[in-house]
Design a protein around this ligand. Structure first.
Ligand code: PLP
Length: 429
């Protein structure tokens, strides 16, 4: 049943006092005096992550190279172990997920693995609201594989610049299509696509399908095995709180373990024979086979601690609170901020089944309002042309903070405070 919210602060306090996840906030370092609403870009540091990093640093200090086998979690098996931990968040078996590389490198690795053009069947379907790096990677893959990116990358259109229509994407899946690669949650509007439906329809036409799940893993439960997804990849620095540039994850369905990894490297080799140093590549017939290089242990260490926190909280509980927090924020925008003179509107789906973990609040002065929020210690981010993204994170944000964000937005417009800020964007905002 849908919650019915009011606009009084007392409701926010009541929601916090009833919140079963409230105690998790104490585990996180909240930047001084801030209301941090940017965990969909960079999640915060937890004590658990800090301690897993410090442990690994100490192991390096005391064990040197022996850490590869003698560390508490031996570095040689670390990527597979963290993959197994993360598999429970995405509905996969432990050996179908591995911690490896970065999101964009994993796009190159997995799309190249599954892209098998034959005759006129050589197009890749993506979408016009995609994250730029995905499009850059897809175009360069098509070029390297002898296709024409201008013709062979087909982008599902959006009617309104916010949302995609799954049926429209399905209509595009014709006999010219060799692969579909889509985001799970759109990075601007926060729309959650119906992964199961898209996968079923792609497979009815014999088309492999993969997903960029950067904006959903750690926020939304996934069931990759049940849905039949062929492959997926996601970063660990957003909702997984793994730290800036932390190592990414990839998923390969076990039905594809016999494929050849497109970007082979020695860390994909059969584990117990890797150091046999054979020149004939034999991969491990698990997601681990898609690793390329020596794992970046220091960029992986925080992910161990942060996964422990999310697993302890339970991804279903995280999702339940996330939906309630975003619904509450949408309610406050509708009730307080949509009328004149405020002029804010919500550019995120209202249906729970179609919404990821953040809310896109649109305003013509979005850029300067974001800057005004920052100057008040509220950390959002801004995405052109007019979107203030607010991500209340179930593990460390409160309903009261959500309420306060709405009050800040109101006050900033009441006082025309945004006029003090430049219309020029900073390098990162
Ligand atoms: C949806 C999506 N895909 C890809 C990327 C690129 O990730 P990376 O810089 O880790 O390769 C990002 C980064 O924020 C993203 O949000």
């Amino acid at each position: 049943m849908r919650d019915r919210f009011g606009t009084d602060e007392s409701l926010a306090r009541k929601l916090d006092s009833d919140d079963p996840l409230a105690s998790f906030r104490q585990k996180f370092y909240i930047p001084n005096g801030s209301i941090y609403m940017d965990g969909n870009s960079l999640g915060l540091l937890s004590e658990e992550s800090e301690s897993s990093v410090l442990r690994v640093m100490n192991e390096w200090k005391t064990l040197g190279i022996e850490g590869w086998l003698e560390a508490k979690r031996p570095w040689f098996y670390f990527a597979e172990e963290l993959g197994a931990m993360c598999s429970s968040l995405v509905g996969a078996e432990p050996d179908e997920v591995v911690l490896s590389g970065t999101t964009t490198v994993n796009i190159h690795d997995l799309v190249n693995t599954f892209y098998e053009p034959r005759g006129k069947r050589k197009k890749i379907i993506a979408d016009e609201l995609d994250f730029p790096s995905d499009i850059y990677a897809l175009r360069s893959i098509l070029k390297l594989r002898g296709a024409d990116p201008d013709k062979d990358l087909v982008l599902a259109p959006s009617a309104d610049g916010r949302f995609l229509d799954e049926d429209r994407i399905v209509q595009m899946m014709d006999e010219d299509v060799a692969m579909v690669f889509l985001p799970s949650v759109l990075y601007r509007s926060g729309q959650l696509l119906d992964i199961q439906y898209l996968t079923k329809e792609a497979h009815r036409r014999d088309i492999p399908i993969g997903f960029d799940c950067c904006h959903s893993v750690g926020s939304v439960p996934h069931h990759f095995d049940k849905w039949g997804v062929d492959f997926a990849l996601w970063c660990s620095y957003k909702y997984l709180n793994g730290g800036p540039g932390s190592t990414a994850f990839l998923y390969i369905s076990k039905k594809h373990f016999d494929r050849e990894p497109a970007l082979a490297g020695w860390f994909g080799y059969v584990k117990d024979r890797q150091f046999g140093m054979s020149l004939n590549f034999e991969h491990s017939r698990s997601a681990g086979g898609w690793q390329i290089s020596s794992p970046a242990i220091l960029s992986s260490a925080p992910v161990e601690g942060s996964l422990r926190v999310i697993i302890e909280a339970g991804i279903e509980n995280v999702r339940e609170k996330s939906l309630r927090m975003t619904a509450y924020l949408i309610h406050l925008v509708d009730e307080i901020l949509s009328k004149k003179p405020y002029g804010f509107s919500v550019g995120t789906p209202r249906e729970d089944t179609r919404r990821g973990g953040h809310v896109a609040i649109e305003h013509d002065e979005g850029l300067r309002i974001s800057e005004a929020l920052r100057s008040r210690g509220v950390i959002p981010d801004f995405r052109p042309p007019n979107i203030i993204r607010i991500a209340p994170i179930p593990l460390y944000n409160t309903y009261q903070e959500v309420w306060q964000v709405a009050q800040h937005l109101k006050d900033i417009v009441d006082k025309k405070e945004y006029e003090r800020f430049s219309k020029k964007r900073k390098a990162i905002s």
